[in-house]
Design a binder for this molecule. Structure first.
Ligand SMILES: Cc1cc2nc3c(=O)[nH]c(=O)nc-3n(C[C@H](O)[C@H](O)[C@H](O)COP(=O)(O)O)c2cc1C
Length: 379
């Protein structure tokens, strides 16, 4: 059925001399992030879509990340002057227009051509900070002032870590994100079913509609592959000394670890379950957030990521104590649907929705957002 929006577009197109039923999608067609995902799903090969969308095993944690937002409701304030809404914040020595940062998403260039660079270019154009290991390389070489964080995943080896820190610091990285929740490659049923493997790095993934190629690796072959099994708090203490820029520990869920992160010198943490991609059955990020915030006791900033698809999700996370949020899949849906303009549109949408949610909730500045603005139902 023709939606009201596309009917209107067709009428406008008719006035401009275009055929009545031409309904080409453009970057303005999707009205929210969910619709970007629908378009991305149509445009990507199933194997590529699944690689991005999937979570580990039964995807309980993946679903829980979204469901947690559904249980938190806003208690808006009224009669506050919200004519000028300010979403800016200072974080780790840098001023940001929005409390929104692009999360590290490794492997995206495996399934979408030039994905790392295109997302970085979209972030740059939108003045949104991005965490990327390699994607910003070209932009950095061209000397553009991208605010970026870098993501270190790898076996802790001190000599190469020192070199790494020096290199990224020279290139202008503002922080190092240390991902701590992937000691092992997880078990992702959708990837296993699709026989997804990193061999696609060489061959590229099949085009939409093409059959899934015959298995190259047995299902579950990549499960248990070690990533960083010997990463410890001692490593964090050492890395903090080796790096001149702040170290953000990403992947904390347990308040005991949140407290340890402070003790061992993290400059910030992100409460995260890796978008439901690592330990299935782990608590939703939003549900884990308040206890981690309490354990940190205001000593360092707490970020969160997992399940953010709306501006009001960001408002809820901030109300529960996050200083800002990282977004993983949302910009990838924009990218897969419409390339760089799609990334920019998604970022714009989240920023605009956050501003609107703040206005409707009666808060003018991020500093005015606190727990009194939310209630979990059932409590
Ligand atoms: C395709 C993909 C690849 C990812 N790769 C990494 C990674 O290399 N390192 C990391 O710390 N997190 C990685 N993540 C997790 C994200 O940084 C983030 O925690 C998660 O996507 C947030 O949930 P959301 O997608 O619901 O926003 C990845 C996520 C996706 C979707």
């Amino acid at each position: 059925m023709l939606s009201r929006r596309s009917a209107f577009r067709s009428l406008a197109a008719l006035a401009a001399g275009s055929p009545l039923w031409s309904q080409e999608e453009d970057v303005n067609t999707p009205v929210n992030i969910h619709e970007f995902e629908e378009i991305a799903k149509r445009k990507l090969h199933k194997l590529a879509y699944d690689f991005i969308a999937s979570g580990a095993e039964d995807e309980r944690t993946l679903r829980a990340n979204r469901e947690a937002f559904d249980r938190v409701f806003l208690l808006p304030r009224v009669m506050n002057d919200v004519s000028n809404i300010d979403t800016s914040l200072d974080l780790l020595g840098t001023r940001h227009d929005f409390p929104i940062f692009i999360a590290p998403t490794g492997g995206k260039s495996l399934v979408i051509r030039d994905a790392d660079e295109t997302v970085a270019a979209g972030a740059l154009a939108s003045k949104i900070a991005i965490c990327t290991a390699t994607g910003a390389q070209k932009i950095l070489e061209e000397g553009k002032p991208l605010v970026w964080w870098t993501n270190t995943i790898g076996t802790p080896d001190k000599a190469s870590a020192v070199q790494y820190c020096k290199r990224v610091e020279d290139q202008g990285a503002k922080a190092i994100v240390l991902t701590v929740d992937n000691p092992y490659q997880s078990n992702r049923d959708r990837n296993n079913r699709n026989r997804f493997d990193y061999g696609y790095m060489q061959t590229g993934v099949p085009k939409p509609g093409e059959p899934i190629p015959p298995p190259r690796v047995p299902a579950k072959a990549v499960m248990h592959k070690p990533h960083t099994p010997n990463l410890t708090w001692e490593w964090l203490e050492w890395a903090r000394g080796a790096a001149k820029i702040p170290v953000i520990v990403k992947g904390v869920l347990n308040p005991l670890d949140a407290a340890l992160a402070v003790q061992r010198g993290a400059h910030a943490i992100s409460v995260s379950n890796h978008g439901g991609r690592q330990l299935d059955g782990a608590i939703a990020s939003l549900d884990a957030l308040p206890a981690c915030v309490d354990a940190v006791g205001g000593k360092i900033p707490v970020l969160m990521d997992g399940g953010i698809r709306r501006g009001q999700d960001i408002l809820k996370a901030l109300a529960l104590g996050a200083k800002g949020v990282l977004i993983g899949r949302a910009p990838l849906w924009g990218l897969a649907a419409f390339g760089q303009p799609g990334v920019e549109r998604v970022l714009w949408m989240l920023g605009a929705e956050l501003k609107l949610a703040m206005g409707l909730a009666g808060v003018r500045r991020l500093a005015d957002i606190d727990r009194s603005l939310v209630r979990r139902i059932p409590a």
